[in-house]
Design a protein around this ligand. Sequence first.
Ligand code: PLP
Length: 469
Amino acid sequence: MTGNTHIQPDSSLKPFASPDHLDPQLQSFLEEASTRLCEWLANAGKSGPLPSLSVMPEVAPSLNGLSKQSLLDDLQLVMEGAYQPSHPGALAHLDPPPLTASIVADLICAGLNNNLLAEELSPSLSRLERQLCQWFAERIGFSMQSGGVAASGGSLSNLMALVVARYHSGLNNDKEAVVLVSEDAHVCFAKAIRVMGLQNDALQKVATNQDGQISIELLQSQLNKLRSQSKKCFAIVATAGTTVRGAIDPLLQLADIAKKEGIWLHIDGAIGGIFAISQKTSPMLNGISKADSITLNPQKLLGITKTSSLLLVANKSNLTSTFSTGLPYIEPSSGEEAHGGEIGLQGTRAGEVLKLWLGLRQLGEVGIDQLLENSISRRIFFEEQLDPSKFNIISGPLHLISFTPKELNIKQSKSWSIETRQKLLDNKFMLSRPNHDARYYLKAVMGNPHTKKVHLIQLATLLNRSVGL
Ligand SMILES: Cc1ncc(COP(=O)(O)O)c(C=O)c1O
């Protein structure tokens, strides 16, 4: 018997890959998962942006771990209930289809499982993040002193910017210190103020002009008022790309005022800042290089998989002076550079820079230019299809557009927005329904490269028919 004993190779999936040999089970697990993902992407056009029905898998771990097949089947259920950003009608938000190189880099990043907290836990990724932040900073016109840090989303980048601004201004202990933003600034600033232990009224909103840009006159008079009240302002926030219409605040004028007043200028470029990296579109952001800090969200238009946000600062020593505490349990980093965990709020964080870097390498300069320019062209084309006698259209120079029927009162516009959004969903178009200036709008974000003119014509036809019939 003994001579005949044939030891079967263990064909079960191991929870951890062997450190000694290639694991065929892991390889086939990855291959099968990749195939399912490719199929999910390939079927994007068939369904709509939103799933019709969604069955959830069991949530709790079973007593014994699941087989590869069962894990894949569980995953499939979640995939079938997922939002589908690759559908050409997915136009509701700032969530475009994922770049293929970014998908691959995300997978590799998970496999590497490095930690940007410290250089010894992410040697190559720490250097890559520094160098890529430097590249972005130089691209937008910052000097060699500049730098940056990646963060999990624009809200966090903006919060960090305000924390740095307050620290830099020496107003950390001033509970009355304020931040000036436009009334159309993103809601994350209200959150940031709370996290920073300030009262809600520390966020002072300045009205916008008819183009949705912060009013310079009102900002100046607000600053004068603060002076007369002996109150201090530790940051002026400019928005480069507002959430509903994509307006860009007058950056040059704001930079001049901030300089004259000695106040930190932060630009929330979560939507529009990315247009500054292309020579073709950067003139729209004239003045961006004069900011003290800038938030960029490559996840929003370039298709870098979530999350991908950067906080760039004109002087990188401001990041370390604000966030460095020392990491007594970690080896010092090489050279003069601080650890990733010493230049921002987050400690442990993934090497998100990998998918940003590989995505940019995949696109190349030409691909980046095209992605940015085409999104604006789609917005212009779509705007031309909408009947201007029926809609109040608000837009800016970017790829966002919102509109509401002219003839309806506030209540009627709400019903119109609900009914029309549903009708569009029935036709596989997903738009969002922002409440702006106390009135409901429908909003389209033209960041989806799969959306073609034929789709935009169909969408505009449905919309034009939704009013006045
Ligand atoms: C202008 C602006 N700033 C900040 C944010 C917040 O970014 P995130 O959702 O990545 O936290 C958004 C999100 O849409 C935004 O539109």
